[in-house]
Design a protein around this ligand. Structure first.
Ligand code: FE2
Ligand code: FE2
Length: 246
């Protein structure tokens, strides 16, 4: 079921978005942002009903959706949402995925996190391929204002918040051109993968904390080992099996 949902999204992008990279990124970022909204909706409901209270999870998932919002704004600034048909596909897909993930998250939070781990892996692959194929031309193009503000000149609290694997040393991307922007976006996708892996661990309910939690302790070694092993596999696979963008 989870693999099927991911395959459908990948097939949609591979079928309709060959040679149209910015609309492809726009659709991907619109749909891929929705699960974080689904998680926060369900967690919010649990809190309101007094069933479960863990504000760190709400905070981190909101920061993840805030990060994906900025990927979306970057794709829009590059013309990704110019055509009605792309907005229609993105909005329709987002609506369908939202309700499916709400249901999956209620029944099995771990499955919902696994789904998002796979989507984020696909996003990492996509941006890695794009950087390899278009790196030189991207270095000649300016960074959009929204990216400069989000990654460099603005308030970076929310940017730091979703990166749960960096307790002491926060990332500070260099943003001088469009290439740097897509490197930052690609690395964000890997940070989402790491957060999703951490959320699936059996001990996560006791150990998972916001990076800004004053009483935060380092990630347990067992979780760190799983994250390191899985992310190195993902990075290797992205190098060996590029996504077909054209
Ligand atoms: Fe993204
Ligand atoms: Fe993502």
């Amino acid at each position: 079921m989870i693999r099927l949902l991911v395959n459908f999204l990948e097939a949609l992008l591979n079928t309709f978005y060959r040679k149209r990279v910015y609309p492809r990124f726009y659709v991907l970022e619109t749909v891929a942002r929705v699960p974080y909204f689904a998680y926060t909706s369900v967690l919010h409901l649990y809190e309101t009903m007094g069933w479960w209270r863990k504000s760190d999870w709400l905070k981190v998932h909101f920061a993840e959706s805030w990060n994906e919002l900025h990927h979306l704004l970057i794709s829009e600034s590059l013309g990704g949402s110019r055509y009605f048909i792309d907005r229609f596909i993105a909005h329709g897909g987002a609506l369908v995925y939202y309700w499916i993930i709400v249901g999956v998250y209620i029944l099995s939070p771990r499955s919902a996190y696994h789904f998002m781990q796979l989507v984020e892996e696909h996003a990492y692959h996509t941006y890695n391929t794009f950087l390899k194929e278009h790196g030189e031309e991207l270095k000649q193009l300016p960074a959009p204002e929204i990216a400069i503000k989000y990654y460099r000149d603005g308030d970076l609290y929310m940017f730091d918040e979703f990166q749960t694997s960096h307790p002491s040393e926060f990332r500070r991307p260099k943003i001088e051109n469009l290439y740097d922007v897509f490197v930052a976006v690609r690395e964000d996708e890997l940070e989402h993968v790491k957060t999703m892996i951490a959320c699936q661990q059996p001990e996560a309910q006791d150990t998972f904390q916001s990076p800004h939690d004053a009483n935060r302790s380092a990630l347990p070694e067992s979780i760190r080992a799983v994250i390191d092993a899985q992310t190195s596999d993902i990075v290797r696979a992205a190098e060996e099996e590029p996504v077909e963008l054209t």
